[in-house]
Design a protein around this ligand. Structure first.
Ligand code: KE4
Length: 427
């Protein structure tokens, strides 16, 4: 790390716990000091010392067009000139909402919020109110933001730092969160059947991106739909990460399973703070002011965020999605071949523009098998990649992303740098 980054991080450590404003940024899973971002353009970022990296974190998912895309910048400039916030209805939020519904017809109605955490937190409040039940069921290693009910066997930074259950969450609330292994319908079914007062919602990342990258087995999501229908629980797909990433739209298109409620974030804000929850009209109408379930926000539907989201979804055509998807698959195939040539235990996968890898022969089907990944090898690989100008998520329990700005040249450059990094990590 350069002098300038080190100096900024010294000041930062005085102000923010761990020197960061979100724990996943702190290099807790890999050691060392975080690099400090100063600029991004397309597929690349520069740190405060001027070092350049090809970026596969992309702000943890939102930047599907890459950094500082001209269409997003133009939309932001126009929106900013017209006023940055009103706390009133605007046409921009209607336009973005219409773009989402067009691609996700099962999201008949929605409410914009400012973070994924707010979206999932509000979705389970709504599910609890709609069903009149208190318990929810989530899957081990899935992360749904940091609301109290979700900090039970959670993934992402919680898993990276080894704090699966956070202090400060009242035990009485945590008891209402049942957890099953991802891809395990049997345990899910028996937990739901055994729940005394029923379960309000089954919430799932349709493809897990917070325990590394884990795909559902072919029958899993359809099985959850069936269990939800049998038991009267709502099925919530948390598509904060997978939305507009694993397919042109999302899980419905890829897996043909329809959730009752869907949560969105990341891509729909195009790099600005926007998220949403939505679904069946009869459920959404329970939200205030049409219904009694209260949920509100000063900056919800913020014009800058709506403008960035609208520009992003407009630019992300089906054709462009297919191009990014192919490049992502090529990168993953290349890495898999490299690992096999070098004799490194490795398994990797991709869906649309989301991908991930484990230092482990596989298969990885749940959090338990994800944790068998060689974390020491990951640490060496992560730092070797960073030294060679490739910025990967600083945790073995996070997914990676691609953007429209990662062209074939960037993919080739990445493959050659990561081959070097793998050789170093394996030596
Ligand atoms: P935010 O509150 O961070 O906007 O979204 C929460 C959230 C909800 N659901 C899913 C599936 C998510 O992936 C997330 C957030 N993801 C993490 C990283 N894996 C965000 C990065 C961070 O925590 O700083």
């Amino acid at each position: 790390m350069g002098d300038r980054s080190a100096e900024i991080m010294r000041r930062s450590a005085q102000l923010f716990p761990g020197g960061v404003n979100s724990p996943v940024r702190a290099f807790g899973g890999v050691g060392g000091t975080p690099i400090v971002a100063s600029r991004g353009q397309g597929a690349r970022i520069w740190d405060a010392d001027g070092n350049e990296y090809i970026d596969y974190v992309l702000s943890w998912g939102p930047l599907v067009l890459g950094h500082a895309h001209p269409m997003v910048l133009d939309a932001l400039e126009q929106a900013a000139r017209d006023g940055t916030s009103f706390g009133m209805p605007t046409e921009l939020e209607v336009s973005l909402g219409e773009l989402i519904v067009k691609r996700m017809p099962h999201v008949e109605m929605m409410r914009f919020v400012s973070s994924g955490t707010e979206a999932t937190m509000s979705a389970i409040r709504l599910a609890r109110a709609f069903t009149g039940r208190d318990a929810i069921l989530k899957f081990e290693g899935c992360y749904h933001g940091h609301a109290d009910s979700f900090l039970v066997k959670a993934g992402s930074g919680v898993a990276t730092l080894g704090l699966p259950n956070s202090p400060g969450v009242p035990a009485a609330l945590a008891e209402l969160t049942l957890t099953a292994p991802f891809n395990n319908l049997e345990v899910t079914r028996s937990l739901i059947r055994g729940a005394k007062n029923g379960v309000a919602a089954i919430i799932v990342e349709p493809i897990v991106g917070n325990a590394g990258f884990i795909q559902p087995l072919p029958e899993f999501l359809a099985g959850l739909r069936e269990i939800a229908d049998e038991s009267g629980a709502l099925l919530i797909f948390d598509e904060v990460m997978t939305g507009f990433r694993i397919a042109y739209a999302g899980a419905f298109e890829r897996f043909d399973v329809r959730a009752d409620l869907t949560t969105l974030g990341k891509v729909i804000g195009g790099g600005l703070p926007a998220a949403a929850y939505g679904g069946r009209r009869e459920i959404m109408r329970q939200i205030a002011p049409t219904g009694p379930v209260y949920q509100a926000g000063t900056l919800s539907g913020n014009p800058l965020a709506m403008a960035a989201g609208k520009a992003t979804l407009t630019a992300l055509t089906p054709e462009l999605h297919t191009i990014i998807e192919r490049r992502t698959a090529r990168l993953v195939e290349g890495l898999t071949q490299t690992a096999s040539r070098l004799g490194v235990p490795f398994t990797a996968g991709s869906a649309g523009s989301m991908w991930g890898y484990f230092f482990h022969e596989g298969p990885v089907v749940d959090f338990e098998s994800a944790k068998r990944s060689d974390v020491e090898m990951f640490r060496r690989f992560f730092h070797a990649a960073l030294d060679r100008g490739v910025y990967l998520a600083p945790s073995a329990f996070e997914a990676a992303f691609m953007s429209a700005a990662h062209g074939d040249a960037e993919v080739d450059e990445t493959l050659s740098r990561l081959e070097d990094a793998m050789k170093y990590a394996h030596a």
